[in-house]
Ligand binder design. Structure first.
Ligand code: ADP
Length: 443
């Protein structure tokens, strides 16, 4: 491996570029016409325009990216997250050309990409799942029948879902009927696949996920958990590691389940197994993300492992190291270019910019002063990650970072994050996926 094409944009493209630099690998950036002046383009050894702003005409164009691979002589592709990162056909077409795909096999991508099938794979591997449908539902009647058997509330989800889209909670049959129509429409338009499945809806769970890593020798290890319960509309806002108050025994059990699933699919590279932890301490597999995760830095800070660099090394045939004992506590705030009260996107040209720094603070962002933040993509402006010897120190450092942050020209969710960090329930570590709903209705 010598020249890596990064099939992505924004902060993650820059993050991957940095890992390549650390390994003395050349980098190739691809970009849409909206991203000409983006940091990932300016910093790459080579950069190729792949189309107009809409992602469907640029970052999602397999043919355009294959052409860019050809023209630049890249011998490996890192897909980042989102866009084509979980696309089996893309991986296959690269591999056919002898280009290294930095990710798991196309077969694994397919098995885990179909979330209804992933549930069956988990069952076969002996990993607990929530009661629900066996595979996709072929009609609203089938959904209603299964919902009656397991009892309401239930959640309908898109088989090809992601990013919180195509999900509907139903507490009764009429709601289920309405939700079924809406969710399948949304799934059809977002994923070109309207198939739905359902499972029992837990009222107040925590979202706990495990970072796993597999290598070519078939060794699968876990690098601990991340707590991602702070969500708005199923989108994560704050993540941390370790998960507050989880307890050693439960932590081990959940991690062992994640590794078991990884072994069952002969997992290679970085992957995340997501679980819901119910109030009674039982946990269930939700889905597996077969790529690097947005929130990977919290794991990097507590383990001292550069996960993106390890992705590159493992793709080149390297092996995974023995997982170290995690140390200290890390938090991540996803800062979006949005109004902090209405959550409406706030793209625009950035004026003056002061990014935080100092002890225990890491900022992963692609923005700079005078950068025009485009309206075409997700609104992630950057990730603030803090590290401390314990949770309190990590919170104090994050709060300091949020206070130092100054930006002109657009609105961000930083003020909301600052308020969350002051909240006494947050400080006490009383977290669940309902946390934000309550927080937002009270403040
Ligand atoms: P996506 O891939 O779209 O992110 P997930 O299946 O990972 O979808 O679910 C996202 C979030 O939705 C979870 O973190 C959780 O907050 C909520 N959720 C999903 N399934 C359930 C469930 N069965 N019960 C309660 N909440 C759920």
């Amino acid at each position: 491996m010598q020249r890596v094409l990064i099939a992505n944009r924004g902060e993650i493209a820059l993050r991957v570029q940095r890992a390549c630099r650390d390994l003395d690998l050349e980098t190739v950036a691809v970009y849409s016409t909206a991203d000409r002046t983006s940091a990932h383009v300016l910093g790459a050894d080579q950069a190729i325009c792949i189309g107009p702003p809409p992602a469907a005409q640029s970052y999602l164009r397999i043919d355009q990216i294959l052409a860019a691979v050809e023209v630049t002589g890249a011998d490996a592709v890192h897909p980042g997250y989102g866009f084509l990162s979980e696309n089996a056909e893309f991986a296959e077409r690269l591999m056919e050309r002898g280009v290294t795909w930095i990710g798991p096999s196309p077969d694994t991508l397919r098995r885990m990409g179909d979330k209804a099938e992933a549930r069956s794979t988990a069952v076969a591997a002996g990993v607990p799942i929530l009661p629900g449908s066996d595979g996709p539902l072929d009609s609203v009647e089938a959904a209603a029948q299964r919902a009656n058997e397991i009892g309401y509330p239930v959640i309908l989800k898109a088989a090809s879902g992601g990013g919180g889209k195509g999900m509907r909670v139903a507490t009764s049959r009429p709601e289920l009927e309405k939700g079924f129509a809406l969710a399948s429409k949304e799934a059809e338009s977002s994923f070109a696949d309207g198939r739905l499945y359902l499972e029992k809806y837990l009222v107040e769970p925590r979202h706990i996920e495990i970072q796993i890593f597999g290598d070519a020798d078939g060794r699968i290890v876990d690098f601990g958990e991340r707590e991602c319960s702070l969500q708005r509309r199923h989108q994560k806002l704050v993540e941390e590691s370790p998960a507050p108050g989880l307890g050693e025994e439960l932590r081990r059990e959940i991690a062992a389940a994640a590794v078991k699933l990884g072994e069952a699919v002969d997992y290679r590279g970085a992957g995340t197994v997501e679980f819901l932890l119910d109030e009674d301490g039982s946990f269930s597999f939700m889905e597996m993300n077969t790529r690097i995760q947005v929130e990977h830095p919290v794991t990097e800070l507590v383990t001292g492992i550069d996960l993106v660099k390890l992705q590159l090394e493992v793709a080149a045939g390297g092996s995974v190291p023995e997982p170290p004992e995690p140390r200290g506590h890390a938090l991540e705030c996803r800062i979006n270019a949005e109004n902090p009260r209405t959550f409406l996107p706030s793209p625009g040209r950035i004026g003056a910019l002061r990014l935080p720094s100092g002890p225990g603070v890491r900022i992963d962002t692609h923005v700079y002063a005078d950068y025009a933040f485009p309206p075409f993509y997700d609104s992630l402006l950057g990730k603030f990650i803090s590290y401390g010897r314990d949770r309190d120190e990590s919170i104090a450092r994050m709060s300091r970072a949020l206070r130092e942050f100054e930006i002109e020209g657009l609105e961000t969710t930083a003020p909301l994050h600052a308020r969350i960090l002051r909240d006494r329930h947050f400080r006490a570590g009383h977290l669940s996926t309902r946390f934000m709903e309550r927080f937002l209705s009270h403040s």
